[in-house]
Design a binder for this molecule. Structure first.
Ligand SMILES: Cc1cc2nc3c(=O)[nH]c(=O)nc-3n(C[C@H](O)[C@H](O)[C@H](O)COP(=O)(O)OP(=O)(O)OC[C@H]3O[C@@H](n4cnc5c(N)ncnc54)[C@H](O)[C@@H]3O)c2cc1C
Length: 794
């Protein structure tokens, strides 16, 4: 055996498909001083027993592209490495048992085409022609994805490892990592059963072991194992090797051909967590005990789909543990806690499909020092330390496994392991009839009113939200926005640091609030947020609820060695938005401070009843209003004072969403992201002339633009994700949508690619494809509704 080198530029832990893919892609990018360590043999962890399905379609454009790359790679790998991979582009058929599922499939097919994936809506009869052994009389329809396929996971892993080795990567089996050395927050090396290796880049691709390895370094890797099953049957007449993969999500089941029989697997709605006391060692090419009770719901449904299964013997029952994350997306990127420590793990039973693209994305991130595309859905920084709690993770993964085949209702909220993070006034909101959603662990009010059934049409809660919007537009509403992420940046060089990070000029007088972008080197949005200068050497930075870890990490890295410290004060303050034309009068009625001469974009300490709070005049709903930053211990008092006026209507995030879209305000993670520049977003006005990160590319001619969209038909309902067409040709898609009570129809924001060389949009009308039906809509670079001028006119 080759002996362990004393140092390497990169050490990868884990010889599953993920680790081997990272090794392959690092080598392809020219980084070959790489050692991959596997405690057992390659693929011996979870990879060897995967069913090998490779489905391309994901819920976002960037993740779909990532998996599409996997299929391209798997198709060429055999020719390149000489190793068989078992890759077969057999296509896949997904079927619907209910009209609602069919609507979901139609929406999926439309999105697929938008993302460059071939997809065809098919009838039950056509589904039956593609998959003759299935029963179709109980189906509503289906979707045919010809580009999907299947592969042999162990062979793929070997082929990737061989490709990496050929370029110089050292792959070592039977070497176990036992410790990680971190000094000054930076990775320095690993201890192994064969000795110590120094390294500056450590890549944790240890599958279900990745959480423990993260802990060795002091980093949070939020995943938990759950049992996951499939069976392989005896041969069945009519089951041919060229059968596509079949997915029957209403029956929680998938089926694919294997040596004349079927692999029957699935995603039950109530999963069984495993490994609560850690993963036993050794655990190599190992399975868990059969659990037919837990598998029954999948098997019974599979028999309904393929009646021949009733009389077919089962050759083998596979129960293998797989790691699941709190939101069913994998974990990718550099940990915010430890520099040089990267993670590619938590693949939620889609690791074979994802590994090609994820391995490339992680290798590029390592080599370039930052992601080269929009990886936000998978970015490990979407979580924080709290998400590493084992009990919370165990309770959550009972639900996440089943999400693969659960109905993806547009207003779906996860239900397990909640409530977790609560605003100090949570109980008051609950008493007032709040319906909560959750973001970054926070309970947040969606609306006040009764629970209503989910639908793809206009939801039952719409009248309650409309009333909240009307109250805000006509008088004033109170929003609990405590979940905002809040940081204090303080130090003699705080201003210089922010001046470099922010597109806008932040060298402003004390008490000024500045809305600004934070860009990457490519000129794309890493965040948009507000900074308030509260002292000469101190700023309050306020950003979206989901971005606490990511923005903190981005800003901290951007500080370099400037003399300034960044502190996360999110939990220290509640935030109440008092918004609407009456807000000034109402706030004045409970304050001795002067609200009459309180300019837009300024912030100051005010008294409010018996409390002292920071009032900031900004708006995300387009109305006169203030955000009140209230020390947590005063939150209940202030809330009581505000509600005691008897003039405020409580409102939630659905109302905020409708109003910000009416006003054309962009949201990070939807209209703004790492690939979108201020020029594309129509936010040039937030950019100073020069001297900020990303300035070189921020204002160049964009290839797509963010536009406002107003549907002509008042009855149709948009949710986001719908395709935009012009003369039948895709020209973009909807990023955010809501029913506008003010305009009496759906309004939306989205991207269009029909852009003139000067950066204008060359279309005025488009068709919006809603589950296969086309609706005409007006598009514009201007917001559909301007509350102030509307009020002046009316
Ligand atoms: C029943 C079942 C069916 C599945 N079907 C599919 C499917 O059809 N399609 C699909 O895309 N995905 C499927 N999956 C999921 C897929 O198998 C996983 O997502 C994927 O294999 C994860 O790969 P990995 O490299 O992250 O993890 P692993 O394969 O587990 O690799 C991690 C490796 O790290 C090694 N390691 C751990 N700790 C150390 C240490 N301290 N030192 C050195 N080495 C260490 C382990 O030994 C292991 O080999 C399925 C999973 C299951 C359980």
């Amino acid at each position: 055996m080759t002996s362990l080198p004393s140092r390497a530029q990169v050490v990868i832990i884990g010889g599953g498909i993920a680790g081997c893919s990272v090794a392959y892609h690092l080598a392809e990018l020219g980084w070959t001083d790489v050692v991959l360590l596997e405690q057992g043999q390659l693929s011996c962890g979870t990879t060897w027993h995967a069913a090998g399905l490779v489905g391309q379609l994901r819920s976002t454009e960037s993740m779909t592209k990532l998996i599409k790359y996997s299929t391209d790679l798997y198709a060429r790998l055999e020719a390149e490495t000489g190793f068989g991979t078992g890759w077969k582009q057999c296509g896949s058929v997904s079927v619907a048992r209910t009209p609602e599922r069919m609507t979901q499939l139609r929406r999926t097919a439309s999105a697929a085409r938008n993302y460059g994936i071939q997809a065809e809506v098919i009838t039950p009869r056509e589904a039956g022609e593609l998959w003759p052994v299935m029963r179709t009389d109980d189906l509503v329809g289906g979707v045919w994805l010809p580009g999907d396929g299947k592969a042999n996971p162990s062979d793929l892993t070997q082929a990737l490892a061989r490709g990496a080795q050929r370029r110089g990567v050292l792959v070592m089996e039977r070497v176990r990592v036992t410790g990680v050395t971190v000094r000054d927050g930076v990775v320095r090396g690993v201890d192994t059963t064969e000795g110590h290796i120094e390294t500056e880049v450590l890549v944790n691709c240890a599958g279900q072991w990745a959480k423990e390895l993260g802990r060795m370094a002091g980093a949070t890797v939020p995943l938990h194992s759950a049992e996951h099953y499939y069976v392989v049957t005896e041969p069945i007449p009519g089951v041919r090797p060229d059968l596509p993969v079949l997915r029957d999500p209403d029956g929680y089941a998938y089926l694919k051909e294997e040596v004349g029989g079927l692999v029957v697997g699935g995603f039950e709605p109530d999963a069984k967590p495993w490994g609560m006391d850690g993963i036993p060692h050794p655990f190599e090419f190992q399975l868990l005990e059969e659990d037919w009770d837990q598998f029954a719901i999948i098997m019974e449904n599979a028999i309904q789909r393929v009646p021949a299964l009733e009389s077919t013997g089962v050759r083998m029952f596979y129960n293998g543990p797989e790691s699941f994350t709190p939101d069913n997306m994998f974990l990718l990127g550099e940990t915010p806690e430890v520099r040089g420590l990267f993670v590619g793990a938590g693949f939620n039973s889609a690791g074979i499909a994802s590994a090609g693209g994820a391995g490339r994305a992680l290798a590029e991130w390592i080599v370039n020092g930052e992601p080269t595309g929009d990886l936000w859905p998978a970015d490990i920084r979407r979580f924080a330390r709290w998400a590493g709690n084992d009990t919370w993770l165990r309770d959550r993964v009972t639900e996440t496994l089943g999400l693969h085949y659960a109905m993806s209702w547009p207003d779906k909220e996860l239900e397990t392991a909640r409530p977790l993070r609560r605003s100090p006034v949570h109980h008051l909101l609950a008493e007032a009839g709040a319906r909560f959603g959750s973001k970054m662990g926070w309970e947040r009010v969606n609306y006040f009113g009764p629970a209503t059934p989910s639908t793809f049409g206009r939801p039952g809660w719409q009248p309650y939200v409309d009333a909240e919007v009307a109250a805000c537009r006509n008088a004033a509403a109170l929003f609990d926005q405590t979940s905002f992420s809040k940081f204090v940046l303080k130090g003699p060089e705080a201003m210089e640091a922010l001046q470099w990070l922010c597109t806008a000029d932040v060298d402003v007088e004390l008490g000024r609030v500045v809305y600004t972008g934070l860009l990457n080197d490519r000129g794309g949005y890493e965040s948009d947020l507000t900074v308030t200068r509260v002292a000469r050497d101190e700023y309050l930075v306020v950003t979206g609820s989901a971005q606490t870890t990511r923005d903190f990490d981005h800003i901290s890295k951007g500080l370099g060695d400037r003399r300034a410290v960044l502190v996360d004060v999110t939990g220290a303050y509640a935030v109440f938005g008092v918004m609407g034309p009456s807000s000034r009068r109402i706030l004045q009625s409970v304050s001795k401070s002067d609200f009459s001469a309180f300019e837009f974009g300024t912030s100051r300490l005010v008294d409010l009843g018996h409390a002292t709070v920071r009032a900031t005049r900004v708006t995300y709903v387009g109305e006169l209003g203030w955000e009140l930053y209230v020390p947590a211990e005063f939150a209940v008092t202030v809330h009581e004072t505000l509600m005691g006026t008897g003039e405020l209507t409580q409102a939630g995030y659905y109302a905020i969403e409708a109003m910000r879209i009416e006003k054309g305000y962009r949201a990070w993670g939807r209209e703004l992201g790492p690939e979108i520049t201020p020029a594309a977003a129509g936010l040039r006005f937030t950019c100073k002339k020069s001297g900020y990160r990303g300035a070189r590319h921020a204002l160049g001619s964009p290839s797509r633009r963010v536009v406002s969209i107003v549907l002509d038909d008042p009855a149709a309902h948009l949710w986001g994700g719908e395709s935009l067409l012009s003369d039948g040709v895709p020209v973009g898609y909807v990023t955010s949508a809501a029913h506008s009570p003010t305009l009496g129809r759906s309004v939306a924001l989205g991207f269009v690619t029909e852009v003139s060389p000067e950066g204008g949009v060359t279309l005025e009308k488009v068709e919006v494809e809603v589950a296969g039906d086309l609706y005409s809509a007006q598009i514009s670079l201007k917001a559909p509704y301007d509350p102030t001028s509307a009020r002046v006119k009316s």
